[in-house]
Design a protein around this ligand. Structure first.
Ligand SMILES: [Fe+2]
Length: 318
């Protein structure tokens, strides 16, 4: 990255989805539905992938099989990529051009019909996607079984970028009637890094996030987009392995957290940590592939109250 990048490039609204490799996408899709309460919005059998959403975004979770054509040889379950939503396709394309000028390297663009995306890697090698919705009603087309070639898209060349803000600012979120937990939406991701300063610069300067909370000792920071109170938590805590620590999943009420704590074992999941704090009540649940979802309900989610959490709890609270 050019050291002269001083302004924000992509101005992210929020973390929009977590795309993860799983050992069996059909089983994982059932688990994420029956345990976490996320409905399958659509499925791509040719990619061995299931996409889940309760209406927040066109998918909050993508569960991609480790045998998918998108997996490398020997792929293990874990993070595939995380995606940020920006306001419009025009903003996406303008930021992409500015980033190219600043010397940032990209994996490439993709057209997903309802959204257009640009992919790159953060300094730790985690894959990042920036995207903009390009239709108003994604639910009308992204449902059921989808098998389709991606259209050719060259940002700013194959079409005039749309300047409209097409995301729904107030989606009608559904609740499934028969699930262990009623998941609402994916809101954030916590990453463990050994190169904290480069990662901080990337997420503030390239992804356009601002600090929402920082711990006094600087071990952890929570960064937020323009429409959120926390999208990326970075921690340099040496007790943890670098990479994805957890995905933050907001649930409807504390009843859902109690249900998770009591019942997830029946589905083969495991509680790894519960933090019952004045800022947030969080229950971290490991799925059958070992991926950790932080189920939570916010209480007084303010920097002042978060600051009262212990350093032991903080990585599981943010
Ligand atoms: Fe994605």
């Amino acid at each position: 990255m050019d050291s002269n990048v001083s302004q924000k490039l992509f101005l992210s609204r929020r973390l929009a989805h977590a795309n993860m490799f799983v050992s069996d996408y059909v089983k994982a899709s059932d688990f994420y539905r029956n345990v976490f309460g996320f409905a399958e919005a659509y499925r791509q059998p040719d990619n061995l992938a299931s996409f889940l959403s309760n209406g927040n975004t066109y998918h909050d979770f993508a569960l991609v099989d480790i045998r998918s054509k998108y997996a490398k040889a020997g792929q293990r379950p874990g993070l595939n990529h995380l995606a940020f939503e920006v306001d419009s396709e025009a903003d996406l394309v303008n930021a992409y051009k500015a980033a190219l000028t600043a010397g940032i390297q990209f994996i490439g663009p993709a057209d997903h019909d309802v959204a257009r995306s640009i992919y790159l890697k953060d300094p730790d090698g985690n894959e990042i996607e920036f995207y903009a919705d390009v239709v108003e009603d994604w639910e009308a087309t992204r449902r059921g079984i989808i098998v389709k070639q991606k259209p050719r898209w060259i940002p700013g060349e194959t079409n005039v970028p749309d300047t409209r803000h097409l995301y729904n600012p107030n989606p009608n979120l559904k609740q499934l009637p028969d699930t262990l937990v009623r998941g609402k939406r994916v809101t954030h991701m916590a990453l463990v890094t050994r190169d904290f300063s480069s990662m901080y610069r990337f997420y503030t300067e390239v992804a356009g996030l601002r600090p929402f909370f920082s711990s006094q000792d600087g071990t952890s920071v929570l960064l937020a987009g323009t429409a959120s109170t926390g999208d990326i938590a970075l921690t340099r805590d040496e007790r943890f392995t670098p990479g994805m620590h957890h995905v933050g999943v907001e649930v409807w009420s504390e009843d859902d957290l109690r249900a998770a704590a009591k019942g997830v074992g029946d589905f083969g999941g495991k509680i790894v940590r519960e933090v019952d704090h004045a800022s947030r009540h969080a229950v971290c649940v490991q799925d059958t592939d070992g991926l950790v979802m932080q189920l939570y309900v916010n209480r007084d989610w303010t920097p002042k109250t978060i600051a009262t959490a212990s350093s032991e709890d903080l990585p599981f609270l943010l």
